[in-house]
Design a protein around this ligand. Structure first.
Ligand code: DUC
Ligand code: ZN
Ligand code: ZN
Length: 466
């Protein structure tokens, strides 16, 4: 296969080049005008278009059990939607629930995913109960299962929360085996007090979800996680779904001090606000209930997050794709916002939404590629197999039309959701062709992929660790 006439964009630069693919692998980049080697060669005309590495969404939750229901995308529907949006790899969170064996949790996740994915996939592991057995399992996962990152929660007492002692032990373990600790940084016990008090006052609407999760409690937990990681011997720490300026400040300070601290944000925090939720009629604000919550546009959060993306204090944009339908799922929280399943679906829109940042002059085109593909690959042990257009890398390639237009709507999206958090958004730029390991999945809006094409990725250790 030969991709001709396009502009290849990588994290380090932009140049006109033709890309030659043999089987599943990129084998060469040529100066423009390279003639096909044989008549049978498939030629993809990328004239006037950008040629970028396939997107890597390092934070998804297919079929996540939450609040008595399950995230509405299966690995089948969710990875197909991802492909439509130019994402060719996901890293999903396998779950160990409290009281469950870690390896059983992992086996259950393989049961959901294996044979059902349209694109390649790896797993992080959520450790829901840090004890001797779980700590031993962390070594096994790193050594034998290709799982080199573990998510802990400072939120959700009684469900997922680890206390500071458990966090410290898991961080010490990670320091020993070279893996990464990912943290949901919100002070759950304090948030639970605010939730109870709000409900006692009769404040039951969806907007109170955000109001009872103040940014200061994201910042406090972020600072505490950074301190614990230092005490554990500078364990690599990755803060997920960051939405608050004050939390970002803490990460920036740690990074300035040379610490192994990283953070991601998500498109919802870059584009949506608490006011979107406030403006929605009746219970519809539930569509925007996620944790960490959307922040007010009257504060500096969005401006600071874009700045953090430019300065690399925010390394990655992931979606935290955690879709729930409005009907029967979000509606579980009618009359009590604390029962609304937390999450926004967006795995299909990340590449496009971030390209709008390029059009708006907030990100360079190279930084776009870096934050959506290259850094996720490096951060989570997939580089250089994924995340770059170079000889020897998997032929995961997206041809992106900078002159196209994308309109986001529940009428046209492919996620298994009955609404869109971005309904009516218009974006300059559009996915044209999506290739996964040399196979065209999407071309001209048509789907050519298949369930089962996606393979499980055994990941290595992060490229960023010292
Ligand atoms: N955290 C996540 O990362 N995803 C869904 C809900 C949550 O709290
Ligand atoms: Zn979380
Ligand atoms: Zn998540």
């Amino acid at each position: 296969m030969l991709i001709t006439g396009g502009t290849v964009v990588t994290a380090t630069g932009t140049h006109a080049a033709d890309v030659l693919i043999d089987g599943e692998t990129i084998v060469a980049l040529f100066a423009p005008g390279h003639a096909p080697d044989d008549a049978g060669q498939q030629v993809i005309d990328a004239t006037g278009k950008l040629v970028i590495p396939g997107g890597i969404d390092a934070h998804t939750h297919m079929e996540l059990p939450f609040g008595g229901t399950f995230a509405s995308d299966t690995f089948d529907t969710g990875t197909r939607a991802a492909a439509f949006g130019g994402t060719t790899t996901i890293i999903d969170f396998a779950v160990q629930r409290y009281g469950e064996n870690v390896l059983d949790g992992l086996a259950a996740w393989h049961g959901k995913a294996d044979g059902n994915c349209h694109i390649d996939y790896g797993f992080h592991m959520i450790v829901g109960g840090v004890d001797d057995e779980a700590l031993k399992a962390m070594d096994q996962l790193v050594d034998h299962e290709g799982i080199t990152s573990f998510k802990l929660f400072m939120a959700y007492p009684g469900v997922f929360l680890s206390d500071d002692g458990q966090i410290l032990r898991a961080m010490q373990k990670a320091r020993g085996n070279g893996s990464m600790i990912m943290m949901h940084a919100e002070n759950g016990p304090a948030i639970d007090v605010l939730i109870r008090q709000a409900l006692e006052r009769g404040e039951t609407d969806p907007i109170h979800h955000g109001l009872t999760r103040p940014s200061e409690l994201e910042a406090e937990a972020t600072r505490r996680a950074i301190s614990l990681a230092k005490v554990a011997g500078d364990t690599p720490l990755y803060i997920v779904h960051m939405s608050a300026s004050e939390a970002l400040e803490a990460v920036a300070a740690a990074r300035d001090a040379g610490r192994n601290v990283f953070a991601e944000t998500c498109p919802q925090y870059l584009y949506l606000t608490l006011e979107d939720q406030l403006g929605a009629p009746g219970f519809e604000g539930a569509k925007w209930v996620c944790s960490t919550p959307l922040r007010s546009r009257h504060e500096s959060h969005q401006r600071d997050l874009w700045k953090g993306l430019r300065s690399n204090d925010l390394a990655i944009v992931s979606t935290d794709h955690c879709p729930f339908c409005f009907k029967d799922q979000k509606e579980l929280g009618l009359g009590d916002f604390s029962k609304i399943p937390n999450g926004i679906g967006g795995v299909e829109h990340r590449v496009d939404l971030l390209y709008q940042g390029v059009v708006d002059g907030k990100l360079s085109v190279e930084r776009w590629v870096e934050t959506i593909a290259t850094t996720p690959a490096r951060m989570f042990g997939l580089y250089p197999r994924k995340g770059v257009i170079a000889p020897g890398s998997d032929a995961d390639v997206v041809v992106y039309d900078p002159n196209g237009r994308t309109r986001i709507s529940v009428e046209t999206h492919h996620m298994n959701m009955d609404h869109s958090a971005y309904e009516g958004y218009e974006i300059a730029g559009a996915v044209d062709t999506v290739i996964s390991r040399g196979t065209v999945l999407v071309s001209g809006g048509e789907y050519h992929g298949r369930k089962g094409h996606g393979r499980y990725l055994r990941r290595g250790l992060s490229s960023y660790l010292v």
